[in-house]
Design a protein around this ligand. Structure first.
Ligand SMILES: [Zn+2]
Length: 224
């Protein structure tokens, strides 16, 4: 059973859960998907996504990559943008690690034969006044010791939302999870951070030897 989010719940001053479901239901998974549909990949584990799968998306009303050409428009227009798609294995009805100051949404749906999103339901909402007050950019910089913009994982053509930082570091780290490093007040546990830094350095060495390719990342995550 999906969590029941009332249709009249406001996601922004002008959009309700019902409005968003109506807007997205029946639309293609991504406007960019044409003939390359077989290359659709999960944004958590990099596995392929197939038609007829039950999958999910992560939507957010603001982005971390403020230098992206679309960033200003997104912030000003108060629009929700689709920042991640998860395969059936990684799909969760709940947001992974909701972040204060961002309005975040989970949608779960089935993919039709022609990549339409069907039976789409909003299964979790964390408005900007909710969630844990963690700082995704700062966390990325503390773990990787590289500025957010210069991190090999954070490429400039992606918009990035808080949940993307959560999944990418959880995919990279082996024995420690993002939720272990952040306390519930949003502060960082320095002891756990030092373990995470060592693990990330290992990850970086392995990935660096393979050129930080998408395939190398997928293999790394699969063989963790
Ligand atoms: Zn996946």
């Amino acid at each position: 059973m999906s969590p029941q989010i009332p249709k009249n719940k406001q996601l922004s001053p002008s959009v309700t859960v019902g409005d968003l479901q109506k807007t997205l239901n029946g639309h293609k998974l991504s406007p960019d998907i044409t003939s390359k549909t077989s290359n659709m990949k999960c944004d958590y584990c990099s596995s392929k996504i197939f038609t007829n799968d039950k999958v999910s998306q992560y939507l957010c009303d603001d982005v971390l990559n403020t230098k992206h050409p679309k960033a200003k428009y997104i912030k000003e227009s108060n629009q929700f943008v689709q920042l991640a798609t998860y395969c059936s294995s990684c799909t969760s009805e709940l947001l992974f690690y909701p972040c204060r100051n961002y309005s975040e949404i989970r949608t779960v749906f089935k993919l039709s034969d022609s990549w339409d999103m069907i039976n789409l339901t909003v299964t979790d909402v964390s408005l900007n006044s909710d969630g844990i007050p963690w700082k995704p950019k700062q966390l990325s910089e503390k773990i990787s010791t590289i500025s957010f913009e210069k991190s090999e994982l954070i490429t400039n053509d992606n918009l990035w939302g808080p949940e993307n930082i959560y999944t990418i570091y959880n995919a990279a780290l082996k024995n420690i999870a993002v939720e272990d490093i952040i306390n519930y007040d949003g502060s960082i546990n320095n002891k756990k951070l030092s373990t995470a830094k060592k693990e990330y350095e290992n990850f970086r060495n392995i990935m660096g030897s393979k050129g930080f390719t998408e395939n190398a990342f997928r293999d790394y995550v699969k063989n963790k």
